[in-house]
Design a binder for this molecule. Structure first.
Ligand SMILES: [Zn+2]
Length: 443
């Protein structure tokens, strides 16, 4: 192979990068990424104009390029709960297993759990995620160290109790101030009212006003189960989206996760407000919520649709390639329509839809866009034959096919190597072990 320049080093330092002869949308092209982390040129022979002694070169002839995936709903540190409790009725699972274990989580656990989550996301091609959990300063630090983009919301729950509301307000305010002080454009804050069934209208109103005042988004769970809708009608005489709307929580910067039990009028309301609806098919199937997001009504309404894995307790991984397949299959099966959510659209909601939801550009590989992109193995079994790369990526491949990941112009994985991987795995395993001991499961 021709020696064309230094190989990119695995450091989070920026510098210009030339990706040579990569397959992009059916064409073999060069892509040039400038020192500001933007895609500056795409085309045949671009490499001839954009190359000097310091340009780092990635050979792309065995690779397929796509935008990085954007995971628009997760609880990253729940990686520590992976496989802890499965296959149980939802309420019993939550109240007897998940919540009691979460009560013992520390900031250090969240740091290590989020490092593991970032490692897993990078290895499966995710370059940005939308997180809602606790000890989020620790999650933000972990993510900044890994070099991908994260938007962090403190999980705000008050159950109608004023003291809990005050605590949620304090935690939210301090997280937003902390993230501003980090001054890292890849690390952002949002406001995270958990849902209509865990937050009072006073709490929801505070969240929407604070989000507006700060110019940041809202990250909420919406109409995940039928029970949530029934209870909302009992309590408020209204369906969950109407309650949220009256509290100002449905905005063009709101990401609403799940959206399974929306009716057609709910979908129209989300469309009018410009809400981003995050589909979480694996979690919905595992927790048997008994209805899939009405993708067709949401699409008709003009709402932006995006994709998320949810946390590792209900998935149990963070692989967006798997999630695209689940989404495409669940939609077809649930709504009895083989043409619903075709491969190209599944890829679109996992990339461009997510980028729109989190306000990080177009999510497309085009000149001027942030260099958030992945290179997949063109010769992996799942890519042979390569009639239609979109089809293979959605229906045949999983995260292991991702070879190289670039986020904001930084090479965060090169040929499947992520720096510090072993230490991250060991740290998370130790945290999980100590967590179980604190709960008293092991003496
Ligand atoms: Zn969730």
């Amino acid at each position: 192979m021709e020696e064309i320049g230094p190989r990119p080093e695995l450091s989070l330092a920026r510098g210009d990068i030339l990706i040579k002869d990569v397959l992009l949308s059916g064409k073999t092209v060069d892509m040039y990424i400038d020192e500001d982390g933007r895609i500056a040129a795409i085309g045949e022979g671009v490499g001839r104009n954009h190359r000097n002694e310091s340009t780092r070169v990635i050979e792309g002839r065995d690779r397929v390029a796509t935008p990085g995936f954007v995971n628009t709903h997760t609880h990253a540190a729940m990686t520590l709960l992976r496989g802890y409790a499965d296959d149980m009725p939802l309420q019993k699972w939550l109240t007897e297993e998940i919540w009691p274990l979460e009560a013992h989580l520390t900031g250090d656990d969240v740091y290590r759990g989020t490092k593991l989550a970032c490692l897993e996301m990078i290895r499966s091609g995710t370059t940005a995620f939308n997180d809602q959990y606790f000890f989020m300063e620790h999650a933000a630090r972990a993510t900044a160290e890994m070099g991908i983009r994260g938007t962090f919301a403190h999980g705000f729950l008050d159950f109608g109790v004023p003291e809990k509301r005050e605590a949620g307000i304090k935690a939210t305010e301090s997280l937003v101030a902390h993230i501003r002080s980090m001054d890292n454009p890849c690390i952002r804050a949002s406001v995270g009212p958990h849902s209509v069934y865990t937050v009072s209208v006073e709490g929801l109103r505070w969240c929407s006003e604070f989000a507006e005042e700060q110019g940041i988004g809202i990250h909420i769970h919406l109409s995940e189960t039928e029970q949530e809708v029934v209870d909302s009608i009992l309590q408020y005489g209204k369906r969950p989206p109407q309650v949220l709307d009256e509290c100002g929580c449905l905005t063009p910067m709101t990401v609403a996760a799940h959206c399974c039990w929306l009716d057609e009028a709910d979908c129209a309301l989300l469309g009018r407000r410009g809400v981003h609806a995050a589909h979480n098919p694996a979690s919905n199937m595992k927790l048997a919520v008994n209805r899939a997001m009405p993708y067709h009504w949401l699409k008709k309404s003009g709402a932006n649709i995006c994709l998320g894995t949810d946390g590792c307790a209900s998935n149990n991984n963070l692989d967006m390639l798997e999630e695209m397949k689940f989404a495409a299959l669940l939609q077809k099966f649930s709504w009895n329509d083989q043409t619903l959510l075709p491969a190209g659209e599944a890829l679109e909601i996992a990339t461009a839809g997510g980028a729109r939801a989190l306000g990080i550009g177009t999510g497309r590989l085009e000149v001027g866009a942030p260099a958030d992109l992945i290179l997949l193995d063109r010769h992996a079994i799942c890519n042979v034959p390569l009639y239609n790369p979109d089809s293979n990526i959605v229906y045949a491949c999983n995260g292991d096919t991702v070879k190289t990941v670039i986020c904001d112009g930084r090479v965060v994985m090169l040929d499947r190597v992520v720096p510090g991987e072993e230490e991250i795995r060991r740290g998370a395993a130790l945290s999980a072990e100590a967590l179980l001991q604190r709960r008293g499961d092991r003496e």
